[in-house]
Design a protein. Sequence first.
Length: 266
Amino acid sequence: MSQLDLGVRRFGRVNWLGLWTLIRREVMRFMVVWTQTLLAPLVTAGLFMLIFSIAIGPGRGDVMGVPFIVFLAPGILTMTVIQNAFANTSSSIVVSKVQGNIVDTLMPPLAPLELVIGYVTGAMVRGILVAVGIAIGMVLVLGMSIAHPIWALVFVATGGALMGSIGVVAGIFANKFDQMAAITNFIVTPLAFLSGTFYSVTALPEVLQSIARINPIFYLIDGARYGFIGVSDGAPGVGMAVVCGVTFLVMALAWWMIKTGYRLKA
């Protein structure tokens, strides 16, 4: 039995203090620069809503039985949440690798699964805070009411977990900021924009509908839309099952990468 195993066992099956410390560090990372990590996404989401409202105008017909701007709001909220959740974990790991202090995270007696949970929880907290801010704006400015609050919260939290996990994988894979930017620009952003954020997938040809349903972000957007305004392209239960399954697989990959030291140890 290795010294690391003995060290972990001294704390019991779960190193709760170490896990809480990592979560607190990840939360404090974005809280100390809240104008960039919390306020800026709210402004960006507001600008998206304003631009679409002005560009399309009141002449745009209803979508799925609701005004277009109301249909659009949950998609903008969820897209903002997943982008920030991804950025939280990916930037944390990449910055640590570039600065050479990733060892400070790997050395403490934390199991690989505890490291994954710590990073992902920080991303979830950031995503939920961003979602709360945007939701308050939706209620105050658009006069919306939240149709199914529990579904809305569950999809927002699960979206933060999924994208936080993807951020861990991307952060471990990338060795420099250019690689991280490429992953964001060519993978994460297209998945977010081509997921039904700005339209109902039923408006697409059947072939494109089938392709869209391969994208797990579609189920996040669709489920969150059901939670906030009560309409969706698919069953929320099916969407949640898909998202949870994908999240589990990505977290398992992140766990394996940390356990084996993939791109983390020289």
